[in-house]
Design a protein. Sequence first.
Length: 173
Amino acid sequence: MTDTPTSTRNLDRYGTAELPWSRALDILTADTPTADLTFFVATVRPDGRPHTAGVGAVWVDGALYFKGGPGTRRSRNLAANPACSVSVRLRGLDLVLEGEAHRVTDSSTLERVAAVYRTGGWPVSVEGDAFTAPYSAPSAGPPPWHLYRLTLHTAFGVASAEPHGATRWDFAR
């Protein structure tokens, strides 16, 4: 669970207070998967070059989940190096999440996350240890799709609406 940061640092240079993590958490919880949000996952290629791809992600039970076909660049990168970052523009808050993403294969988590995706309109089902559906974003590759859970290490938020501010949140590793 990532409900409570272990430390917080105010990054704002204009005298505003640090932002509470609850602001980001409340928006993630309320807006995924029903709001029109595009998350961008950045991974590292074996040669060290970055790779970024837009993904459909959902916040479930205190964690961010996203998918990718086994042949996609992001899945191949994560298999070799789980370090990644995920960026998203939320209502009034730009958010960057940093950590490690690992494949989820247990059926109870797959079913729970699939149910959340379905509330957003994607008719996904669990088949074995992966997802399948009649369609997905082209960047996900063909089915089946692997599910990944981000283990959050650090997050950065910059508020674009009142109350403004910029904050870094660190989480236990």
